[in-house]
Every structure is written in C-alpha cells, then in structure tokens.
Design a protein around this ligand. Structure first.
Ligand code: 5GP
Length: 336
C-alpha cells in the first residue's frame, strides 16, 4: 500500500516520536474510547488494539456502554470488555484515551488512571482537554480513525484486513459517509489505501446503514413520527420516549444515527434529537449546517462535541428541554 502522500510536519513528527517511545516502553496498556461508542470510537480502538498486540503489549480494550449491534461485524469487537468486569486492583502502566475530550467521557475506566499511569490522549474534538502525558489533538482531522491510520503508517505498521475494516468504518461513519466538510483529499486517499488493504466499502456501508434489525426500523418509525419543525422550518426536532423502547423491544443503542434525519428537510439549519433519560433529564444530540454553532449550545450544559455535531445532557424533562433548546437554537441561527 502506498498512501504516503502527506509530509510529516515537525509537530506531528515530534508527537509520533513521543507516542512511539511511550508505547514501546509500555508493558500493560488499556485503550478506552467514549461512552455511547460510535463507529469512530470502536474502529479506532480495534485498530490500535491490534497494533499494540502485534508489538507484543498486553492490551485491554475497555468500554462502559453497549456496542450498537450494527458494529457487531467489526472483527474483534467482542474483545472490547466492560470496564466494570475488571477487578478493582486492575492496573496498567499506560492508557490510551481515544476521543475522550474529558475524563467523564471515558466512563468508569477513568478510575484506573491512578498516579503513575502514563496517558496518551488522541482526539479531534475542539473541546478536548489536555488530559494526557502526551496529547495529540488535531481538530481538523475528520476522525480519530484517520489519526490512527497516520500514526500506523508513520511507524511502518502494515495494515491488516481487520485493521483496514475497523479504520474504514471509523472514517466512513465520522465523515457522514465521506460527506462532512472535514473530508479532505487526504481522507479519500486513506479510504482508498484502506480498500487496498482489504476493507470492503460496500459491505461496511451495508452493515452500518442498511442491515437494521426489525426493531430498529420500528423504533425509527416511532421516532420519525415525532417530527416537529420550528422557526420557519429552520429547526427540526425528533424525540424518543422510554415507552418507544418498550413498545418496539429495541435497545437504546438502536437509536444511534437517527439524529441525522433532522437535517434531511429542505431549509433546515439545525436539528436536535431528544431522548428521555429518566423523569427529569433529557439526552440531546445536535446537528447543524451553514455556520450554526451547536457545539457552543452543548457546552452550556456541560456537554461538548464539534461545531456542527454535538451532544449534552439537559437536566430538564423533555418538554422543558425542548423549549430551552428552541430558544438557544434561534439565537445560534441569528448569530451565524
Ligand atoms: P452524537 O450526537 O452522535 O452522540 O455526538 C456528536 C458529537 O458530540 C460527538 O463528537 C460526541 O463525542 C459529542 N457528544 C455527544 N454527547 C456528548 C456529551 O454528553 N458530552 C460531550 N462532552 N460530548 C458529547
């Protein structure tokens, strides 16, 4: 494979040197990504985990939340273990945090980050905190999957078919199928290199987007039925109650990705998908286009994400959370 079309900047060369020397010195490592993992979180974790195994490290891939079933095809995904299954005295010398802008996003794995654990923090979120001993944060990267590819290539690690599948999934999902503005010529070159290394683009796309369980389609139907347009059709809201899960037999992770529908309507500039989270809290996913900053809205509630894709928990019941959001979305649209 030859996708060596980027020249390493001095900054990247230095960070790669530091990451490499830390990983080579490490014996026992855990790799964790964020709560409610998406394709980028899982794919990046799997590819990096395979690499660490190949260079002889004892490696643990950790998670808190359920893996959405659409990612069950990812080779090795069953090896990502629940952090809570590990004994209290579980200890590593090195931890890699992927896509965790804050420690809270790493979930319960954060309790293993005791004194002396070297942390390598890799992220592309603009609100990423410098949590690590080594922090590789590049906000213009489309995905952490793209970052992991660049690292593996810089250390001359051959990309196996499994790694290629994991990284292609990571990049495809975090770029909205190579569509978001973060998609560059380099992203496409990497996509091509991953296909050459064995990723099957048709199969991966079908598995993620077109192979839903009947319960997922039924849940999606209920959610789409809640559609509301506001502010001259510039805002679209979708919502999900706990009852919808009971009625369809779907798990909460089956709603992953539904938020994308909020931007399908003509003229819509911002969308929100609200999920009931108990009686007095609402989990919100936000999406926008044409310069509307929804990341800023999420941050007001202690959440985060990107300019055009973000999320947070609002400590209000659904109805109030909707009203609160509409006020903020109107302002974000006016301010653009
Ligand atoms: P999604 O809406 O797909 O769950 O997330 C969109 C983006 O917002 C992702 O980058 C995700 O990591 C981030 N995000 C979603 N929910 C939260 C949250 O509660 N806190 C933080 N800090 N980021 C979030």
């Amino acid at each position: 494979m030859n996708a060596k079309t980027t020249t390493l900047t001095d900054k990247r060369r230095d960070i790669f040197r530091r990451i490499r020397s830390r990983l080579e010195a490490a014996h026992k490592i855990f790799v964790v990504s964020h709560l409610d993992p998406d394709g980028d979180a899982l794919g990046s974790q799997l590819a990096l985990g395979e690499y660490l195994g190949k260079i002889g490290k004892e490696v643990y891939l950790l998670r808190d939340s359920e893996v959405p079933e659409k990612y069950a095809f990812l080779p090795g995904v069953e090896n990502i273990r629940r952090a809570e299954e590990l004994p209290e005295d579980f200890a590593v010398d090195t931890a890699v945090l992927l896509e965790c802008p804050s420690l809270h996003r790493a979930g319960s794995s954060a309790k293993f980050l005791t004194n002396g654990v070297e942390i390598i923090n890799i992220d592309h979120h603009p609100d990423a905190l410098e949590l690590g001993t080594i922090n590789w944060i590049e906000t213009e990267m489309s995905s952490v999957g793209e970052m992991i590819f660049e690292y593996l290539q810089a250390v001359d690690q051959p990309i196996s078919k499994e790694m290629a599948t994991a990284l292609y999934t990571a990049i495809m999902t975090d770029t909205g199928r190579f569509r978001y503005p973060s998609t560059t010529r380099r992203t496409m070159e990497i996509g091509g290199a991953l296909i050459e290394a064995g990723a099957d683009p048709r199969r991966i796309c079908d598995k993620v987007y077109y192979d839903m369980r009947p319960s997922t389609v039924a849940l999606m139907g209920r959610i789409l039925n809640t559609v509301e347009f506001h502010l001259d059709n510039r805002v679209c809201l979708l919502s999900m109650s706990s009852e919808m899960l009971n009625e369809t037999g779907a798990g909460i992770s089956e709603a992953e990705g539904v938020v994308d529908f909020t931007l399908y309507g003509r003229g819509v500039l911002a969308g929100a998908f609200l999920k009931e989270a108990g009686e007095s809290a609402t989990k919100v996913s936000l999406r926008s286009k044409n310069g509307v900053n929804v990341g800023e809205i999420a941050r007001q509630f202690g959440g985060g994400g990107h300019f055009a894709a973000a999320g947070c928990m609002i400590e209000q019941p659904m109805k109030e959370a909707k009203a609160t959001l509409l006020t903020l979305l109107e302002k974000a649209i006016d301010d653009r």
